[in-house]
Design a protein around this ligand. Structure first.
Ligand code: SAM
Length: 247
């Protein structure tokens, strides 16, 4: 049982960015769980079909509430085009502002960690001047991928870099040439390009591929010959680790 003095309650008119981890509903921090229990409003990004990965991950914590809560889904177009996304953040921040001005506490659920490639950053930019804000870190997909692989991300003098499938071929190639451990996020549509670059840089055997980490449909591939050379889901990444590790 938790000592009640360690119970953390959401405060009035405060905006919280709460990391919920990459997929396993049990990989939430106690602080995240307690804020989800006590918030007046729970908000999250939802896709155009209304599905929210962050809400889905936090479902057990939401179900465990003893009082009803107001939910505010923020519809987000899945596009790399910034004008549309910025308009969605403008609209969302105005909606959340109304709740904060009414003195309500707002918890914004963030898949993984809120400030690691997180949409929360854009809401924080828009609301932090006017309201108290707090961020609760979450387990990122990068850390969860190393745990799923049961491989260290870095050891001793090894260098480590995170790039994205949205980077250019030149940027990804240079990361693969220069660094020992390389995580390539946002691998979805970029998968064929990434596979070609792993071959070109001689890092093919170093590559691991993971999708939907921590979810029922998790896929983990250590031999890239087993991976289809075609676009995959958005929630996927590559972890490239040297075969020979320092000891
Ligand atoms: C916008 S970023 C969000 C990163 C997130 N804030 C984090 O801390 O991991 C989305 C990218 O993270 C990676 N990602 C997030 N969750 C994942 C999961 N459960 N399985 C595989 N990749 C995931 C994918 O590369 C995806 O394209």
């Amino acid at each position: 049982m938790l000592d009640t003095s360690h119970t953390y309650r959401a405060q009035v008119a405060t905006f919280y960015g709460v990391g919920v981890g990459p997929g396993d509903p049990l990989l939430l921090t106690l602080k995240a769980h307690q804020l989800i229990q006590s918030a007046d409003v729970i908000s999250y990004i939802a896709n155009t079909h209304g599905h929210s990965q962050a809400r889905d991950i936090a479902r057990f914590s939401i179900q465990a509430r003893t009082t009803p809560v107001q939910e505010v889904p923020v519809p987000m177009p899945m596009s790399t085009e910034r004008t549309q996304a910025n308009a969605a953040y403008d609209a969302a921040s105005e909606q959340l502002r109304t709740h904060l001005l009414a003195g309500l506490s707002v918890v914004f659920l963030c898949e993984g960690d809120p400030l690691f490639f997180g949409s929360f950053s854009y809401l924080l930019q828009r609301l932090s001047e006017d309201f108290a804000c707090q961020v609760v870190p979450g387990i990122s997909s990068v850390n969860a991928s190393a745990s799923a692989l049961q491989q260290p991300l870095t050891l001793l003098q090894e260098s480590f870099v995170v790039v994205s499938g949205r980077h250019t071929d030149k940027q990804i190639e240079s990361a693969l040439n220069q660094h020992d451990s390389v995580v390539i996020m946002k691998a979805g549509r970029a998968r064929p390009r990434i596979l070609a670059l792993l071959r070109k840089t001689g890092r093919w055997r170093d590559g691991n591929y993971l999708e939907y980490i921590g979810r029922d449909n998790q896929r983990l591939i250590k031999d890239l010959n087993q991976l289809e050379d075609q676009a995959g889901p958005y929630f996927s990444l590559f972890v490239v680790l040297r075969e020979e590790r320092p000891s």
